[in-house]
Design a protein around this ligand. Structure first.
Ligand SMILES: Nc1ncnc2c1ncn2[C@@H]1O[C@H](COP(=O)(O)OP(=O)(O)OP(=O)(O)O)[C@@H](O)[C@H]1O
Length: 465
């Protein structure tokens, strides 16, 4: 059995093997542990991590404590250990690609930092932030829970090495811009002197070109290298633009080395961005990479209710529910649907009822009623993974064929009304337990494997549209 003071390194090794590197780096690595007379005290650096550990990992850590050191109670606390914390293995090998911070970055006393920030601080206008994109106006659900928790940590403590850079990715209209601007607005509220800049990647490209043309490049460089917080949206627009990528590479390095926060959004995760230099791609993953997934039904209802409330629009719950059931693609479309309903109600001088919604959203509803067929799913998945359509029905079991087939089964379960035996039939007469197994496997992989999560979400949106 492990000694009490060896518990944490042993526990870390086990958790590292069990969790995805993202989960491990985000939630477990920031913890510190201390053995005392009563058992083990675990310290979370802030309340977001504390809550997340409590909800998701404490049970497992307690199990490991029983297994590794016997009946040692584990207590979760906020803050840092009073004495020297338990040893942590020198290199966990898990996503530890990031170099140690330069002394200049890590040792800046916070007062000095504040003073430096003060000297260069800007106005809210110069940040280019939309003040209405805040954490308060951002509805939370399964799809953005993790991203939001991480964003709030960064907003409280920008520049923290574990979360720098923050790379947020997900499909269109899912709230990436809103989320990162919420960080910017929070930092600005806390420190109006901080030099913050939100910029869309396309605009950054244009600014670089303009700076060249006007021979104002040094100024451009000085400005970007001196920021405290850079928020850059839709970084996929840098693809194929070598000069921009080079300049961004220098700005990125200067900021990260200076302990300044960089936040990016993208429509895909780093490794999947085409036409982006390898050295940038690898840097994008140095800190934290989080995905925003499409909102589930309850979250879509909550978003509609919140938007209606913000605009003093009377929207009954069943009506919101109906809209949310029928507009599933993304939040922007959901907002668009609500705007249409409101305009229609004003125009016809009626209250917002179910009948009115059906009339106002006639074409959206008609498009939504077109059922996705298993044939369409099999064809789309086969094309996506570049396998033969006939392999959807074949008995071949090699991974590169069986996995896409499982993906197609899971999509058929999600997008059609077919029963498991019916789906099995459509895949070469397979048993319903095979379909069930496929759905479970793919669901698990989606939460642990970013490649799978991305493939699945892409296929979902291809089929829905
Ligand atoms: N969880 C949410 N709660 C409230 N509003 C949301 C939420 N998610 C998105 N929205 C709203 O939906 C709209 C689209 O969001 P946003 O522009 O942030 O999406 P995006 O992911 O950046 O899209 P794109 O990929 O097109 O840049 C915005 O008005 C935003 O406020």
């Amino acid at each position: 059995m492990t000694e009490l003071d060896q518990f944490w390194p042993a526990c870390l090794a086990r958790l590292e093997a069990e969790l995805s590197s993202q989960q491990f780096n985000t939630w477990i690595k920031p913890l510190a542990a201390e053995a005392n007379d009563e058992g083990i005290a675990l310290f979370a650096p802030n309340r977001f991590i504390m809550q997340f550990i409590k909800d998701r990992f404490l049970g497992r850590i307690e199990e490991l404590a029983v297994e590794l050191v016997g009946e040692a109670p584990v207590e979760l606390r906020l803050g840092a250990p009073s004495s020297k914390p338990l040893a942590v293995p020198a290199a966990t090998g898990n996503g530890a690609r990031k170099p140690a911070p330069t002394p200049a970055a890590s040792n800046i006393p916070s007062q000095a930092k504040q003073a430096a920030v003060k000297a260069i601080g800007g106005s809210h206008e110069s940040t280019r932030l939309n003040p209405s994109f805040t954490f308060d106006t951002l509805v939370t659900g399964k799809g953005n829970q993790l991203a939001r928790a991480a964003a709030m940590q960064i907003a409280e403590n920008p520049g923290d090495q574990a979360y720098n850079p923050l790379f947020v990715y997900g499909g269109v209209g899912l709230g990436k811009t809103h989320l990162i601007q919420a960080i910017g607005n929070h930092v600005f509220q806390k420190n109006p002197q901080a030099k913050i800049r939100y910029i869309h990647a396309e605009r950054y490209v244009a600014d670089i070109m303009r700076a060249y043309q006007h021979k104002a490049f040094d100024e451009f460089k000085r400005y970007y290298h001196s920021l405290d917080l850079l928020l850059i949206d839709d970084i996929q627009f840098f693809a194929g633009k070598n000069r921009t990528q080079e300049e961004f590479f220098y700005a990125f390095n200067a900021l990260i080395e200076g302990g300044k926060q960089v936040i990016m959004t993208c429509d895909t995760y780093p490794k999947q961005i085409e036409g982006m230099e390898e050295r940038l791609i690898s840097r994008f993953s140095w800190g934290l990479t989080v995905e925003i997934q499409p909102p589930e039904l309850e979250m879509r209802v909550a978003i509609l209710m919140k938007k209606a409330e913000a605009d003093s629009i009377k929207l009954d719950h069943p009506v919101a529910f109906f809209i949310a059931q029928n507009v599933r693609s993304n939040v922007r479309e959901l907002e668009g649907a609500l705007k249409r309903v409101v305009a229609y109600a004003r125009f016809t001088n009626q209250n917002i009822s179910l009948d009115l919604v059906k009339e106002a959203l006639k074409d959206i509803l008609a498009a939504g009623n077109r059922q996705v067929t298993v044939d369409a799913i099999q064809k789309t998945v086969a094309e996506y993974y570049k396998i033969k359509l006939s392999d959807m029905h074949s008995k071949k079991r090699s991974r590169d064929i069986a996995r896409p087939r499982q993906v197609a089964m899971a999509l058929a379960k999600e997008l059609t009304q077919l029963s498991l035996p019916n789906i099995g039939d459509a895949f070469g007469g397979r048993d319903h337990t095979t379909v069930l197994h496929a759905c479970k496997t793919i669901a698990e992989m989606r939460s642990n494997d970013a490649d799978m999560a991305h493939d699945y979400d892409t296929l979902l949106s291809m089929l829905r549209n």
